[in-house]
Structure formats: C-alpha cells, structure tokens
Ligand binder design. Sequence first.
Ligand code: F6P
Length: 467
Amino acid sequence: MASSFGAAQVLVASNRGPVSYEVREDGSLHAKRGGGGLVSGLSAIGPDAGALWVCSALGDGDREAVRRGVGEDGVRMLDVPADVHADAYNGIANSVLWFVHHMLYQTPLEPVFDAEFRRQWASYEAYNRAFAEALAEEAAEGAVAIVQDYHLTLVPGMLRELRPDLRIGHFSHTPWAPVDYFRLLPDDIAERVLRGMLGADRLGFLTRRWADAFTACCDAVVGGLGGTEIGVHGLGADGDFLRARSHEADVEERMADLREEIGTAPDGGARRTVVRVDRTELSKNIVRGLLAYRELLAGRPEWRERVVHVAFAYPSRQDLAVYRDYTDEVRRVAEAVNEEFGTPGWTPVVLNLKDDFARSLAAYRLADVALVNPVRDGMNLVAKEVPVVSETGCALVLSREAGAYEELGEDAVVVNPYDVVGTADALHEALSLPAGERAERSKRLAAAGTALPPARWFLEQLDALRG
Ligand code: F6P
C-alpha cells in the first residue's frame, strides 16, 4: 500500500469548499472565494504545511472547472454525478439529517422513511465513499484528516478501513439531536450514522450540550463511544478581520444608504434598530422574530416611529420547496407588519433578501439590538459578531437554544424562541437598556465571542488529533 500514499499532511473534507466557479458568457471561468472558519484555519498553518481541502463540485461552473482541470492549489473538487449529489445533499443531508438535528419535522405527517428514502440513502453512501476514496488517495502516511459536518458522517468509518494509519477527526457544525428525536431515523440508519462517525479518533462539537447528546445517542444505539474521543471547540468570531473589514469604503457607503432607509424619529432623534442577519433557514426562526416585533409595536405603542427592524434573510437551499415557502412567508409577514403599522415617513421592517456582506456589516455597525432567536442552532456566529462591530454597543436578544447561549447567555437578554410575547418583552428590555450598561455588556459579549477565533479553533483540533 505504501506506493499509493499521497503527499498531503493535513486534509479537510467538506461538502462546500473554499472556492466556487461560474461560467461567464464568453465561456471563461470565474472563481469566487469564500470565507469562514476553515479558510482561516488552513491559512493559519501556512502554505507549506501540505494541506489539502477536498470538497464537492456543487454547480455547473464547478463541474466545468473539474473537467477543464482548472483548480486552486490545495483544493481538490470531486465531480460526484449531479443526481447522486442532489440525493445526498438535498435529500438526505438537508432534508433528513439537518431536520433531525434541528428538530424541524412536523411529526404528525413526517418523516416518512419509504423506498425513495432508501434510494437516496444509497446515493448518500456513494457520495461519502467518493470523499473517503479521495482522502485515502491524497493523504501522506500518518496524515491528519478532519471531516466536516452531517453531509459526511460515513466518511470516518470508510476512511479508517482504507487507511488505518491516518489520524481522523470529524467536526459537527450543527446541534446533535436528543436520543428520542435521533431515533426517528430507521434503526439501521441511526446505527450507520453513529458507527460511521465513530470511525474517527476524535469527534468535535461546538458545545458541551451537543457533545453530550451525541454520547447519549451512542450509549442508546451502539453501546457507547468505543475508543473515540470527544472534544468541544466553541468556534468564535474573527474579531480582527471583522473590525478591519467593517471600516472599508463599501461598508461606509452602505451605512449611508441604510441610515436613509431607517430615517429619524418624529422628535428628530435617531431611530433605534433591531438587526438580524441570517440565511433564510428554517431553524433561524425569522417569522417568529417578525411576529415578536409586531407584538412589540402592538403592545407598546411608544416604540412606533422610533424603531426599525432591519432584517437580512439571505437565500439558502432554494432547491427545497420548504425553504422557498419559508422565504415567501418571511416576505409576507414583513409586508403585513409594514402595512399594519407603517406611516409615510416610517417603514417598520426593512427586509433584505439579497446577499450583501458589506450591507450586513453596515447593519452590524448601526445595531442597537441584535435579534438572534433560532429554534435550534449549532452556534450562531452572528450573535458573536454584532457586538464586535456595533458602534455604540448593542444589546443581544438571544435564544437559549443557540449554541452561543453557553458562552454569551449571561450578558444577553435570553428568550424561549417559541414564546413570541416573551420575545417582544425581551426586545423592549433590550431597547430600553441604559446606554452605559448596554456598552458594558456589549464589550463583554465581544470578548466572549472572540475568545476562540477560527485559526485557533482549527489549530486546537489539529493539536488534539496529533496527540
Ligand atoms: O451549520 C452547518 C453548515 O454546514 C455550516 O457549516 C454552513 O454555514 C451551513 O451549514 C451551510 O449550508 P449550505 O452549504 O447548505 O449552504
């Protein structure tokens, strides 16, 4: 086997990679680079560290790049057949495993694990096998491979069989379901998922709560963790990057636009802002956030004309009908609030559905209150980012079901995300915090939220795996 070893010393595997391609009208390929924790992590180990990122081709542009042999150094994109990828990503990862871990099913009617599910599961296995084989081919002897997320739960076990010499890690960016909910999965599938992950030497989670839930599932379904170690690494915001990026010219420009859209209160003072920034994701609870804001305006008329809810809801997973419907509902409820309370000089909800990072940062800077109310969330980095960037310090209304609650709960105004009246009260409390206290809390939130920046988060895991 020695002859088939590759050269990579550190490997990362994830569905979505650090770069994506688009075919331009003239037929040329345009590369778009992404950010995020793994990108910072890999750049922290330096260009000579022998790192390789294995990811999936996601769209036509990516597939074309693979076919033309175009690629970034340090990235290997897998051209898994589009239908296999769609079954694995949309069908199993996003419609089953994501729903299980975020507890999103409307259980009187779903889930239904029928023959179609079994067909899609076979694709999920094939897609995981493609990753395991690529990692096995590329890894140097004794290399470290860290596999990411619910898309790739079977990879550690498959890779262990192919390359017992490797140090294998897996990191979950999602919550983990409680035992009773996890066991909605057919028994053999529940077991496959857990045994797949337990092929790793070490499994990482964002909080103790999710790590404990995983351990409980293993105890109930497969009789324990075996020799696999569990670690908790609470990914934090990248404070240095955010502070610098949020003062670039494009952000300043967008601040001026936003200020104009927000307008001034009847007494001439600045209007307060309640800011949220999310992907339009079922778990983010954007609709109940809007209903809570409606409740605030209905129950406490003193806030009318004095506050604006700036809500960013970026498109996500639009191949799935339930996500498209959810986006429509967000739009409908926002319009209803504007119709009910708006006046010629005041738009109560400014809703943004187009992804614009600079505009998000502008909103962060202007935020008086950040609303982060997911029904369930692995971490939620927005909760950690807004206090770093907000100019006068912001109050954080935070769901107790977000992973970030473990680190930020003490200085936030904490809510049960299903309780719309309670969330309206929390918004009132947050908007009413005296400026001094708000600034103090915001400072502590920013410190807690940047305690483990992405580069250190990644290096910590690497060190732990190397032992
Ligand atoms: O939260 C889990 C996660 O995989 C993140 O790592 C990522 O931000 C998000 O979901 C992305 O989802 P998608 O690739 O489906 O857009």
